[in-house]
Design a protein around this ligand. Structure first.
Ligand SMILES: C[S@@+](CC[C@H](N)C(=O)[O-])C[C@H]1O[C@@H](n2cnc3c(N)ncnc32)[C@H](O)[C@@H]1O
Length: 387
């Protein structure tokens, strides 16, 4: 099946995520890509805001087959010459014909050519209701939206976690999903290790994606935070009843692959020396990012930070290399610092990493720098495979 993805704020990262999971990924422009997959669950993708299926029929033919009752339609136009008017005209054309045939129709309008995610979500246009549709037009092709990123769910699980610490930096859950997905497709229940687990965002997302989670951190306090947050997640999921997401948060016992045979396991340990228990199926983490900063660092401070953070990442990768099997994926978000000239300064560690027995899959790392506008400490995503 051919799908269309509406890409997130950092399209290169979204494309990398799709490429790691699906085949034949083609970038159409800065906000769209197509790909081939058997099925897609948008709740597992951090980098795409909408997923749509390619249509073999025109929207009108589909709408004419809809069983009785009110139909709701939204149209997002991503064509080269798209405008708010062109999207609205397409939707009103459909409405006119359907009304002539005696149907009751509501058009969801927007001030933009494409419906914002919140509008699609809050009007129920995510493809789950048989009478509510969002169609996407890209020149002469039509797609139907089958999934919209649940922005409310991300906010909720980011803000409702019982143990939070602004000082260790809040990894956005979407980025945690991206780091896990960049490991490539993994069987359900696979054990994801995060050796810098902090408050446990990567592990929380791993559990929600149906994996087992194994975390370690140098700080005893962070280990307690992760333990508390993951217990909260699992309890919440259990009490939420048998929804697919709740079920995903508690992988079936048979599929569990943490050393303790529990959905998750957390211990205190220094990533540069710790001996992890087996199995480790994939490693996804945000490494130590150094001191929080609100202005670009002076050159001397930058040098000191690069030295400190670089030696922890390298020490960790050296320690890990002998403990994982060949072909194990390792994805790390390392720090990069904004300079006053507007460029980011990254850790220059790729050659050393390659010498430790890893293939560096994104040597140039162009485009895989995750940051908000003007954010001083960015996350530089490094994708590795053990040789
Ligand atoms: C940027 S934070 C990670 C935050 C995490 N992604 C989360 O969800 O909260 C980096 C973490 O690395 C830990 N850390 C620093 N040096 C370490 C080391 N040598 N070994 C293991 N953990 C370390 C810190 O305690 C901190 O929790």
């Amino acid at each position: 099946m051919k799908y269309l993805a509406v890409l997130g704020r950092q399209p290169e990262i979204s494309i990398a995520e799709l490429t790691a999971l699906f085949s034949d990924v083609k970038k159409l422009n800065k906000s769209l890509a197509t790909f081939i997959a058997e099925s897609v669950d948008i709740n597992r993708l951090g980098g795409s805001i909408k997923i749509a299926e390619e249509l073999s029929e025109k929207p009108l033919e589909i709408l004419q087959k809809v069983p009785g009752g009110k139909i709701t339609i939204g149209v997002s136009d991503y064509s080269k010459n798209a405008s708010t008017r062109s999207a609205k005209t397409e939707a009103l054309k459909l409405k006119q014909i359907l009304v002539r045939h005696g149907r009751s129709v509501r058009v969801v309008e927007s001030r933009e050519a494409a419906l914002p995610t919140a509008t699609s979500l809050h009007n129920g246009l995510s493809g789950k209701n048989e009478r509510k549709f969002e169609f996407i037009k890209v020149d002469n092709s039509w797609y139907r939206v089958v999934g919209v990123q649940d922005i409310d769910a991300y906010t909720k699980r980011d803000q409702a976690r019982p143990a939070r610490d602004a000082k260790v930096g809040m990894l956005p859950p979407k980025l945690a999903q991206i780091l896990i997905n960049l490991c490539g497709p993994l069987p359900a229940g696979s054990c994801i290790l995060d050796p810098f687990c902090g408050t446990g965002v990567v592990l929380q997302e791993a559990l929600l994606m149906g994996y087992s989670a194994y975390g370690t951190d140098l700080s005893e306090r962070m280990v307690e935070y992760t333990q508390k947050n993951l217990e909260w997640l699992i309890l919440g999921a259990r009490s939420a009843g048998p929804s697919p997401r709740a079920a995903a948060a508690t992988p079936r016992a048979a599929a569990l692959r943490t050393p303790s045979n529990q959905p998750f396991q957390v211990s205190q340990g220094d990533a540069t020396t710790f001996q992890w228990e087996q199995p480790i199926d994939a490693v996804a983490c945000e490494g130590y990012l150094g001191a929080p900063m609100s202005t670009p660092p002076a050159e001397i401070k930058l040098k000191e930070q690069k030295q400190e953070c670089g030696s922890i990442v390298l020490g960790f990768l050296k320690n890990l290399a002998s403990q994982i099997d060949s072909d194990t994926p390792v994805v790390i978000a390392a720090p990069a610092w904004l300079r006053s000239d507007g460029t980011y300064s990254r850790l220059e560690i790729v050659d050393e990493i390659a010498n430790m027995g890893y293939n560096v899959m994104n040597k140039s790392r162009e485009g895989l720098l995750y940051h908000r506008e003007d954010q001083i400490v960015a996350r530089d995503i490094i994708i590795l495979r053990k040789k």
